[in-house]
Ligand binder design. Structure first.
Ligand code: NAD
Length: 284
């Protein structure tokens, strides 16, 4: 049963939603279960050495996410988009409006967290790729959707929602994650500015900051940090559970539930927030 009936018929773009087991796929499924039309946006194919097939949502996976939503009685379509390409991001918004008539919700979920290195070893090109997807890509999508929200408001369709999937790494530092942490901390700032600028349109802008979730990316990070700390993955995860007050890492559904709430009318007076979804691990 839908928790938020007001989301029925809303048009939601979710970036990075084409990887099975990922946060974006869970968000798309949850918003579709609430009755929204889900635009499953993702890369669709490898794009050079920093965006390899092993780490991205392939076209077949995007179609599988869409098929699962439609089989469950929801409404979804797949649109490939590389968030590093500003023109492609504008096209994503234009194609959504051409296919579905408008856009109501943007969930900036696409991100990369696997280019981890000590500061002294990280190349500027690697830095640019992480910042390019995780921050510049979010800015490009925010800009494109903000223009659309303004046009829709002028035509009498006031309002909208933007949700940025930041991270615990938006609030705390982690070793070998300078670019990732900088990009996610940057998202908090972008969220605040966008919240102020878009408020006159009735648009709210918030970030969600999950702690660890064992998605495809999360599994890679478990291996990486376990090795870095000289532990087995099992021990690394046991230590993680022990330091999280609620006793477990996050699940994709935890983040999806927070996103659905922030999209709902219940959250109409919440904007500019960066909300932890971390079982109490992150409290500021
Ligand atoms: N898993 C975690 O522990 C965790 C914790 C906090 C925040 N996050 C954030 O949640 C988001 C989703 O991560 P996830 O864990 O589901 O990982 P994931 O790898 O399953 O999903 C990331 C998605 O982003 C897409 N993407 C990457 N580069 C892209 C580009 N240039 N254009 C379009 N799409 C691109 C990938 O194809 C992939 O589908 C990310 O922003 C990540 O930083 C994850």
């Amino acid at each position: 049963m839908a928790a938020y009936p007001e989301l029925q018929g809303k048009v939601a773009i979710i970036t990075g939603a084409g990887r099975r087991g990922g946060l974006g796929a869970a968000i798309a499924m949850r918003l579709a279960a609430e009755g929204a039309h889900a635009v499953v946006a993702d890369l669709g194919a490898a794009a050079g050495p920093h965006l390899p097939a092993s780490a991205i949502g392939a076209s077949s996976e995007m179609q599988a996410v869409v098929a699962e939503i439609n089989a469950a009685g929801g409404s979804a379509l797949a649109l490939p988009c590389n968030m590093l390409d500003g023109a492609a991001v504008e096209q994503l918004v234009d194609s959504t409006v051409a296919r579905l008539g408008c856009v109501d919700i943007l969930v900036n979920n696409a991100g990369i967290g696997y280019l981890m290195k000590p500061i002294v070893d990280m190349s500027l090109e690697e830095w640019d790729t992480v910042l390019g997807v995780n921050l510049r890509g979010v800015f490009a999508a925010t800009q494109a959707v903000a223009k659309r929200f303004a046009a829709q408001a002028a035509a009498g369709r006031h309002g909208g929602r933007i949700i940025n999937i930041a991270s615990q790494a938006a609030k705390s530092g982690f070793p070998h994650a300078a670019s990732y942490c900088a990009s996610k901390h940057g998202l908090v700032g972008l969220t605040r500015v966008a919240a102020i600028e878009l408020a006159p349109l009735g648009v709210t802008v918030n970030a969600v900051c999950p702690n660890h979730v064992t998605t495809g990316l999360g599994a890679w990070q478990n291996e990486y940090f376990a090795k870095l700390l000289g532990k087995s993955v099992e021990q690394y995860l046991a230590d993680m559970r022990a330091r999280i007050p609620l006793g477990r890492p996050g699940l994709p559904g935890d983040t999806a539930a927070a996103v659905a709430f922030l999209c709902s009318e219940q959250a109409q007076y919440i904007t500019g927030e960066s909300m932890n979804v971390s079982g109490g691990e992150e409290m500021h």
